[in-house]
Design a protein around this ligand. Structure first.
Ligand SMILES: *[C@@H]1O[C@H](CO)[C@@H](O)[C@H](O)[C@H]1NC(C)=O
Ligand SMILES: *[C@@H]1O[C@H](CO)[C@@H](O)[C@H](O)[C@H]1NC(C)=O
Length: 484
């Protein structure tokens, strides 16, 4: 009796202990990501500026852009965004001998509206500074082989310098045209951002309204410019990005935001970011980024920003005569408050990723270059494969905000340090990790230190980047990262 009672007590204690252990060792871990990392190689297309990429229901991505000679409209298509890089190019329209369309051919965009194709393009007149938005209509399933008819110049409030037309449909189903135009009352400025509803794809309805003007210092360098508007909508909000200043390294992007239920024809419905949201970055050698568009990734789970920039800062002569604005792509991230986070123009080559710890979901925790930093770019790393040590299956993590800085094992610790493929063999080995399936979730990855078997990179409970044997379940989650 006494014996069996003791047995019962012991068994109960074991249940309690295992319950306590269970609670201790299996905390609620973060779910796998709903927006996995994308992987592209930059630049996407050389000598193509003002890029527009759209994803059609036929499964193709369609690309159009400004060519350096400003003399034609080209299209490409491919089943992936990267595929646009090598896809053959078709010319669907060429500069005319005289009149509208005999000068500049700028910033085409391709849209599918009511089962027809439309190209919005800014056309000039030879020998004159007279740029106006123009519309082409195409019939046929494939715009590369469609037959095109000219619908003519879009008539706006004034017959003034105007360009960069784009279109979007708001939450209530209204289709709008947005573009850049010089307002007669502001003749010292190049262009404001205008909006009007469309009666049909080539005709605005009513009077257009200016919703942004080049009034802030960073919008007035070289020229006083707001241009290249494009809309992305999410969670009941409309975000309108645009580009500002001259088309040299001062070119940068700004953003307006409005509630999807607001009256978009009221300038007061739109609030403007007081600082550029995307600009030149000397660390990554990216200059004058802008004139962007957005397109969903292949899996539909991420937004990709498409834009142009140059790989050098200084230009001789008019920047519009420099042919080397090229098309680039990178993931657009979203902050917890539902606003977009553009980060910085990422370095050339393979696009970076973020490494989110599987141990924390609220708030999410990421591997960071400096623990105190809050910038997106300091949570972005290029997975260099193979790693600097060269072993197959190994990887190195290279900082995006400080290219050439790698994560390195230093004894029992890890730290970020400058290095390269010319670094001593010891550095290259210590900056290499074996990528394994995630210890706590195979949808993530774990990184085992080279030369220190069984030691994994982990973000400990205080958010410090450490090396850990990852013995128990809780630490295994800290050593598992989802790539975003
Ligand atoms: C701004 O206007 C000036 C003068 O009309 C012109 O030379 C220049 O090319 C314009 N710049 C842009 C970016 O439109
Ligand atoms: C550029 O890189 C340097 C050296 O790695 C770093 O100290 C600096 O913070 C970086 N600048 C930015 C804006 O990230």
């Amino acid at each position: 009796m006494a014996r069996s009672l003791r047995g019962l007590v012991t068994a109960t204690a074991a249940v309690i202990i295992s319950t306590v252990l269970f609670l201790h060792t299996a905390p609620a871990t973060a779910a796998a990501t709903t927006s996995p990392a994308v992987s592209y190689t930059n630049p996407l297309v050389p000598q193509r500026a003002d890029p527009h990429v759209m994803k059609h229901t036929d499964g193709y991505y369609y690309f159009t852009a400004t060519v350096p000679a400003y003399d034609k409209i080209i299209l490409r298509r491919a089943q992936t965004i990267q595929g646009l890089s090598s896809a053959p190019e078709t010319t669907i329209w060429t500069r005319k001998a005289s009149g509208v369309g005999s000068g500049q051919v700028w910033a085409p965009e391709l849209h599918r509206i009511d089962n027809k194709w439309y190209v919005y393009v800014a056309l000039g007149v030879s020998g004159q500074w007279k740029i106006r938005p123009f519309v082409l209509e195409g019939t046929g399933d494939n715009p590369l082989t469609a037959s095109w008819t000219e619908k003519g110049v879009i008539k706006t409030n004034w017959d003034t310098f105007s360009l960069d037309a784009s279109t979007f449909v708001s939450a209530d189903g209204t289709r709008y045209l947005i573009w850049a135009q010089q307002e007669p009352s502001r003749s010292d400025e190049n262009s404001s951002i205008m909006i009007a509803p469309l009666a049909n794809p080539w005709t605005i309805r009513g009077t257009a309204v200016a919703i942004s003007r080049p009034e802030l210092a960073w919008e007035r360098i070289g020229y006083k410019v707001n241009e290249g508007p494009f809309v992305i909508q999410r969670s009941g909000k409309i975000f309108l990005t645009y580009s500002a200043s001259a088309t040299d390294y001062n070119y940068c992007m700004g953003m307006l935001a409005a509630s999807a239920s607001a009256d978009l024809m009221k300038a007061s419905s739109w609030s403007k970011s007081s600082v550029p949201i995307f600009a030149s970055n000397s660390n990554t050698s990216q200059y004058g980024p802008g004139h962007n568009s957005f397109v969903p990734s292949e899996d539909g789970l991420s937004d990709v920003m498409v834009y142009h920039d140059r790989s050098y800062r200084d230009i001789t002569g008019d920047p519009l005569n420099d042919p080397n604005r090229r098309t680039r792509v990178q993931k657009l991230y979203w902050k917890a408050d539902g606003t977009p986070d553009f980060g910085i123009p990422v370095p050339e080559g393979k696009t970076p990723v973020r490494l989110r710890s599987a141990a924390d979901s609220n708030p999410a925790r990421y591997v960071r270059l400096r623990a105190a930093s809050t910038s997106l770019a300091e949570t972005q790393f290029r997975i260099v494969s193979p790693g600097l040590g060269g072993a197959s299956g190994s990887v190195s993590l290279e900082s995006t905000s400080s290219p050439g800085v790698y994560l390195r094992r230093a004894g029992t610790k890890v730290q970020f340090e400058a290095g390269s493929s010319a670094s001593p063999a010891s550095f290259k080995t210590e900056a290499s990790f074996t990528q394994r399936a995630g210890l706590s979730d195979s949808q993530g990855i774990s990184l085992e230190a080279t030369g220190a078997a069984g030691q994994f990179l982990a973000l400990d409970k205080d958010g410090n980047l450490v090396l850990s044997a990852a013995g128990d379940v809780a630490v295994q989650a800290q050593a598992t990262f989802f790539l975003e």
